[in-house]
Design a protein around this ligand. Structure first.
Ligand code: AVJ
Length: 317
C-alpha cells in the first residue's frame, strides 16, 4: 500500500465534493472558521460597515440589568457558540450584582476560543465560576443535563441567521428539549433593513469580507491539496428580498478547471459561475415570533437599539 492512501481526509471532504458537483455549486459556511478565518471574522466585527456586533453590544450595555431581571430566579448562564465571549461580560456582571454565586458555561467547538473566553471573563468579572464545555451542536444538547438549576441560554450574534427555516427551528427545538419550565433563551437576531445598509456589511471597502470568503478556497488548497487560483474568483454579496437573506458567493472570473487533490477529481467552472458559500437571514418580528413558537418557545420581550437594526429576544419554554 502506498503511504499516500493512509493520509486521513478531513471530515468535511464528502460534503465539499457533494457541494462542488451539485448545481448551483455550494460550500458549507462552517468551513470559514479555521484559525485564520476566525481571525478574519474578528476583524469583520470591528469594520465600520459591519454594524451587527457593535449594535448587539450596545443593546447589552444598555439593557443587561433589565434582561437579567426579566430572566428571573437564580441563574446559570449558558452561551452557545460563545467563541471568545467578547460581548458577554456585561450580562454576567449584571447577574453578579443580583446573585452571589454565578456560573457561566461557555460552549463552543473551538478549545482555543474557549480558553480566550475564560481568560476574558475572568478579567472582566469577579466571583464567577467559568466552566467551558466543548461541544458540537450537531450532536444535540444533552450536555445541558450536567448544568444544574435554572438556565439562561444565550445564542447571540445572529448566528441563527446562517440557518434556513428548517435547520433553525430544528436547532432551537433541540435546545428546547433540554430545558425546563423557568429556563429562558436570549436570541440575538439581525433585523431586515434597507439593502443600502445590509450590502456594505457583507462587502466592505477594505475587502476583509472578500478575504474571509476566499479563505475557504485557501483552506481547501492547504487541507485537501486542491489548486484553486484565488485571483480567478471574486467575492459577491447579494440581498435576496424574497428569501429575506444576504447571499454570499465566490464567482469564477473565467472558464477554469480546478483539481481537488486528495479528494480526487476535477471541478469545471464557466466564466461567471458561482459557489454559494453563505446565507445570512435577516428577520422581521413575525419571523422571530413564529420561529420561536414552532420551536416550543414563547417570545416574551425584545430589546432593540435605537434604529431597531438588531434585536435581543427573550423567550421562555
Ligand atoms: C457569524 C453568521 C453572524 O452572517 O453576519 C459575516 C458571518 N459572514 N460576514 C453574519 C459573516 C460574512 C456572520 N455570522
Amino acid at each position: 500500500m502506498i503511504a499516500r492512501e493512509l493520509v486521513a481526509l478531513p471530515v468535511y471532504t464528502d460534503e465539499v465534493v457533494r457541494g462542488l458537483i451539485s448545481r448551483p455549486k455550494t460550500l458549507p459556511c462552517k468551513l470559514f472558521y479555521d484559525d485564520r478565518g476566525s481571525q478574519l471574522f474578528e476583524e469583520i466585527t470591528r469594520l465600520p460597515e459591519y454594524y451587527l456586533t457593535r449594535t448587539e453590544f450596545e443593546i447589552l450595555q444598555e439593557y443587561s440589568r433589565e434582561i437579567i431581571q426579566a430572566a428571573g430566579p437564580p441563574l446559570s448562564i449558558v452561551e452557545l457558540g460563545a467563541g471568545t465571549a467578547t460581548k458577554t461580560g456585561t450580562l454576567i456582571r449584571a447577574l453578579a450584582r443580583k446573585q452571589i454565586r454565578v456560573k457561566y458555561f461557555p460552549v463552543d467547538i473551538s478549545a482555543g476560543a474557549l480558553a480566550d473566553a475564560k481568560n476574558r471573563i475572568k478579567k472582566e468579572c469577579s466571583n464567577v465560576s467559568i466552566l467551558p464545555m466543548i461541544a458540537d451542536f450537531g450532536d444535540g444538547f444533552h450536555f445541558f443535563r450536567e448544568i444544574p438549576g435554572c438556565k439562561l441560554v444565550l445564542y447571540l450574534g445572529s448566528s441563527i441567521g446562517n440557518f434556513d427555516w428548517n435547520d433553525a427551528t430544528a436547532m432551537l427545538r433541540k435546545v428546547r428539549e433540554q430545558l425546563s419550565p423557568g429556563d429562558s433563551l436570549l436570541l440575538g437576531a439581525d433585523m431586515v433593513k434597507h439593502e443600502n445598509f445590509l450590502l456594505p456589511a457583507y462587502d466592505d471597502a477594505q475587502g476583509i469580507t472578500a478575504e474571509f470568503n476566499k479563505n475557504i478556497l485557501l483552506r481547501l488548497n492547504r487541507e485537501l491539496g486542491a489548486n484553486f487560483d484565488l485571483d480567478s474568483f471574486r467575492h459577491v454579496a447579494e440581498w435576496n428580498p424574497a428569501a429575506s437573506r444576504i447571499e454570499i458567493y465566490l464567482e469564477s472570473t473565467r472558464t477554469q478547471t480546478v483539481t481537488l487533490g486528495l479528494a480526487r477529481g476535477t471541478v469545471q467552472f464557466r466564466a461567471g459561475e458561482r459557489i454559494h458559500t453563505e446565507n445570512s437571514y435577516k428577520h422581521t418580528m413575525p419571523m422571530v415570533e413564529r420561529m420561536l413558537c414552532v420551536s416550543g418557545f414563547k417570545l416574551e420581550t425584545t430589546w432593540f437599539d435605537s434604529r431597531e437594526w438588531f434585536g435581543l429576544h427573550l423567550a421562555r419554554v
